[in-house]
Structure formats: structure tokens, C-alpha cells
Design a binder for this molecule. Structure first.
Ligand code: MRU
Length: 348
């Protein structure tokens, strides 16, 4: 298995990830061949973003499967372990469920290598294609001269392709539309201020970083024409989980009558989840809120302060103008009519 994307690469069976906790100041590649290493990388967000977590996990499992003597039973155990690394992004759940189901059905005397490799290649290829399709659908909505607000990082650091919300921005820019992006810094881990800014800067797309609590004021000043965000899990009624702070943006956009779109691949829809209440929300280490972590770690709050640190929030579907998937653009009416129920990532 050989591939190379912005933050994950595999050469001659050697898997590495770009440590996103150190970006944009340091570009350090880490070994990710072992399941224990990959589990740790996913858990501490060295590799992150809903689609990329699934890609990273399945690539690591493919490396395991290519080793002499690896059994289906061991691979199932490894898959379930990686699945437990982060609870909210459904892409990891879809991949894990598909792989364990195929491994359980496989002939116990056969070598599981080819099966795992095929699932890995399938997941990666589909994610790249879905990125391209959704970015084209989304870019068709963007008008020349728009100021777009985005949250967290949804680009090539979060997927193996051009990205979801950031993919739409990239495509609109590529089409020559004169757009400008307001980037929410995205506390507590600053995926916007560090990672989205890193990607936009390297692409030459004009952007301005703002603190998360500035969005409402900018909207009141008519400085924002559209909001584009990604998602970690979409319920079939259109409610969705995304990086903490997304819900506040959706409420603000609704109040100011600004179009608010969610951009995601079909692999982010959870057919078993009928509403946002059922989405498990990850709670993270209080240290992330007490200061900033990463290469320039500093604590500013008093040691021992009480902290609540949910990594995601849930936005009700009725606040979304439309959901842009690789399969097309779905407005509120079509979601209410059950269009998300019909989507399926794996054919089996
Ligand atoms: O905690 P993170 O950095 O993995 O959260 C990422 C997000 O919330 C993204 O918006 C989401 O995964 C969609 S990315 C294509």
C-alpha cells in the first residue's frame, strides 16, 4: 500500500502521520505502524478530522494485516481498540463495523491481508472522490466577492482530499471567485487559527483570523455572507455534531438571516441515529481549557479550576440552510422528507 496525502503517508508498508498538534510551526512526521501508536495519535489529535481518523485507522490495520501470521481474530481486536479512540466521528464507526463484519464472515483459514487492504483502499478512494464531488456542489452556491466564515479545520488536514467545507472554499477560489475567508480560531485546540490558516496561507486564499466570540459582531456588521462548516456525525433528521462552537454560529447565522451550510461526505451520515440527542459527545482533558497545549504550551487559569470540555456540540437541523453532501445539496424540506435515510457508504 503506497499513498501520500498532506498529513498521512504510506511508503513500502511504512505508515506515518504529520503531527497536527505541532502545526503550523513544526512539521514532524511520526511513525504510525503500530496500533498502540495510532490509538495515541488519534486520541491526542495528532491525526484528526472525521474522515481522516477512519483513513488513518484502516491504513494502520492494513499494515498489521500485511504482517506474516496476523489472524482475523487479532485484526478484529485491533479494529475494536482503534474504534474506541474517539466516540463522536461516525466515519471511524462505519469503517470499523464494516471491517469487523467482513473479517467475521471470512474463511478462518484464509489470509486476511487482501480483505483488509481492499477495505482500506476502498475507504481512501471513496473519501477522495466524495471530497471532490461535495466541493463542486458547494462551490456552485458561492458568489463572486463573498466573505465566508468557517470553523475548525475541514481541509486536507482533516481528510485525504481537498476537504469538506474547506474543499468548497478551495474549489470556489480555483474557479476564480474572489472570496475571502473569516477563520474562527476554534478554542480550545485552535484548529482554525493553526490549521485552517496554515492551509489557506499555503493555497494563497485571502483570510482573516477572528476569535470565536467575534462572529456575532461581524455578522451584525454585515461582514459575513455565508457560513460553511463540516461535521463528525449527521443524524437522519438533519441534526449534526461538529466542533464545539458550531451551534452558537448556527444560532447567530439564523438570527442574522445568513445562509448556513454543513458540508460532509455521505460517510458522515449515521443511518442508525435519528436525532442529535443520540450522538455521543466526547469530553476531553481539562488542561486543554486551562491554557493552550501543543508546541507552545502555556497555562493561564489557576491550577485546580473546574473545567467542562465537550469537544463537539449538536446543531439542530432546522438551523441549517442546506446540507452539501457528495451526492448533492439537500435543503430542509428534502431532509424532512427522509432523503438522508437513503444514503449508504458501504455497499454490503
Ligand atoms: O476534534 P477534531 O479536530 O477532530 O474535530 C474536527 C471537526 O470538528 C471537523 O469539523 C469535522 O471532523 C469535519 S472535518 C472534514
Amino acid at each position: 500500500m503506497n499513498f501520500e496525502y498532506l498529513s498521512i503517508r504510506c511508503r513500502h508498508g511504512h505508515l506515518e502521520i504529520l503531527d497536527q498538534t505541532l502545526l503550523p510551526h513544526e512539521e514532524v512526521w511520526l511513525n504510525a505502524n503500530e496500533v498502540s501508536e495510532m490509538f495515541d495519535h488519534i486520541k491526542r489529535l495528532a491525526v484528526r478530522g472525521a474522515p481522516l481518523i477512519a483513513v488513518a485507522a484502516v491504513a494502520c490495520l492494513a499494515v498489521q494485516a500485511s504482517r506474516e501470521g496476523t489472524t482475523a481474530e487479532k485484526l478484529i481486536k485491533d479494529t475494536l481498540h482503534l474504534k474506541s479512540s474517539r466516540p463522536t466521528a461516525v466515519n471511524l464507526m462505519h469503517m470499523s463495523d464494516e471491517l469487523t463484519s467482513q473479517l467475521r464472515q471470512s474463511d478462518p483459514s484464509s489470509n486476511p491481508r487482501d480483505l483488509v487492504l481492499k477495505v482500506a483502499e476502498d475507504v481512501i478512494k471513496k473519501e477522495v472522490q466524495m471530497n471532490q464531488s461535495m466541493s463542486r456542489h458547494g462551490a456552485s452556491l458561492i458568489q463572486n466577492g463573498e466573505n465566508i466564515l468557517t470553523h475548525c479545520n475541514t481541509g486536507s488536514l482533516a481528510t485525504p482530499g481537498v476537504g469538506t467545507a474547506l474543499g468548497v472554499i478551495r474549489e470556489a477560489h480555483r474557479q476564480g471567485k474572489n472570496i475571502h475567508v473569516y477563520v474562527d480560531e476554534t478554542r480550545p485546540l485552535l484548529q482554525g487559527g493553526r490549521l485552517t490558516a496554515y492551509e489557506l496561507k499555503s493555497e494563497g486564499i485571502p483570510f482573516t483570523i477572528i476569535c470565536d466570540n467575534m462572529a456575532g459582531f461581524l455578522m451584525s456588521q454585515k461582514k459575513i455572507d455565508r457560513v460553511l462548516v463540516g461535521s463528525d456525525r449527521i443524524a437522519t433528521n438533519g441534526d449534526f455534531a461538529n466542533k464545539i462552537g458550531t451551534y452558537s454560529l448556527a444560532v447567530l447565522a439564523d438570527y442574522h438571516k445568513i445562509p448556513f451550510h454543513l458540508v460532509a461526505p455521505a460517510s458522515t451520515v449515521d443511518p442508525d441515529c435519528s436525532s442529535g440527542n443520540e450522538i455521543p459527545i466526547e469530553e476531553r482533558n481539562p488542561a486543554e481549557v486551562l491554557g493552550v497545549s501543543g508546541s507552545q504550551s502555556v497555562q493561564w487559569a489557576p491550577t485546580g479550576s473546574n473545567v467542562y470540555n465537550p469537544a463537539f456540540d449538536v446543531t439542530p437541523g432546522h438551523l441549517v440552510t442546506s446540507i452539501i453532501l457528495d451526492t448533492g445539496i439537500y435543503d430542509r424540506q428534502s431532509i424532512q422528507n427522509g432523503s438522508l435515510h437513503k444514503l449508504k457508504f458501504f455497499d454490503s
